[in-house]
Design a binder for this molecule. Sequence first.
Ligand SMILES: C[S@@+](CC[C@H](N)C(=O)[O-])C[C@H]1O[C@@H](n2cnc3c(N)ncnc32)[C@H](O)[C@@H]1O
Length: 393
Amino acid sequence: MTPAARTQAAIDLLDAVIEAARSGGAAADTVAQRFFAARRYAGSKDRRAIRGLVYEAIRSFGERPASGRAAMVALARGRPELADCFDGSGYGPAPIQADEPEAEAALAPAWLIDAFATSELDTNELAALLERAPVDVRVNRLKADRAAVQAEIGGEPLAFATDALRLATDAPVEPLLAWREGRIEVQDAGSQIVGSLAGAEPGMRVVDLCAGGGGKTLSLAAAMENRGWIVASDTDRARLSRLPERAARAGVTVAETRLLDPKREAEGLADLHGRADVVLVDAPCSATGTWRRNPEARWRLTPERLTRFAEVQSRLLDVAAELVRPGGALTYVVCSLLDAEGRDQVAAFLNRHLGWSVAPIEAAVGRPHGDGRRLTPAHDGTDGFFVARLVRA
Ligand SMILES: C[S@@+](CC[C@H](N)C(=O)[O-])C[C@H]1O[C@@H](n2cnc3c(N)ncnc32)[C@H](O)[C@@H]1O
């Protein structure tokens, strides 16, 4: 493909990403996969170049642009080699007009910049959320140790996360023998840390209430040395259905999946009421802490969606509280840096539930925030998380 044809393809792909973000459709990565599947003529260099332009645009514009062209025209300002591609030739985009509408550079939509400021995050923190993230893997202690895996696949051991190896951005993991044999899992180091703070130990009865595809379930099982019982529940059948295969690969035998009905979660877990040693609530959230990996997520979020997340989070905290045995612990995690989903949720929980207290968190990363701890890309080099530990009297 010519550079002009790649630019037009980037405009078309951006249009599809913008539409998916507007209508609640698939994530940008999935949109891109479908886009290239329908364009087999695009070789690997073409795909890399097109993807590069699209993600550069996504990172550059905080508000959802009106169109892919408005984004690409703005990107072309001050970039003569890109502006030259708007040549109207064959497969290239039409020449740029003097008065053409352009997307405006910004870190995030204005309302979100305000929400971050209220949540005590400055623009440096916000900018770091839009950098490209490394690939972190968790070495599965059930099958391997970190030094041996490092000798095999390389990577940098992280001092603050005992099982983590950090690989380069975009490092392919699934072709590695270590991944196929279940000795490593892709998991951000911050996610590894917040999962470990749940305090799961061998022999315990643990509920991973929002288990999804099981990223944290597998790390809980490793911390439990594969002894005890984990109920990994979720309301999303497709996500949960990925867990058994991952567990088998990782050699995890103590995790049982349980599909819950939305709003009837407590009924689905009735046998565990007051019996769990540890409950982890890795709650559904706006995922503002993972923009390094999904920067177009900020084109999807609205104040209304944020309110809906907060409502679900508070309900799930109440469901989780019923499951914990006296003396047991509830760990609340969100991969969001907005206080409405983190600090404020925990404060409201403590107001609603007498007989619960906050457990101090010892961790080599993050900073205290409200009744919990916050990890951020700028300060910790991880995805952004809020985590709090609550103990039942
Ligand atoms: C942050 S993700 C969990 C990620 C997962 N723990 C991991 O480490 O891979 C949040 C999960 O909450 C689930 N969820 C949403 N509403 C729920 C509900 N009412 N009850 C339980 N899980 C729910 C979503 O389907 C999603 O899988």
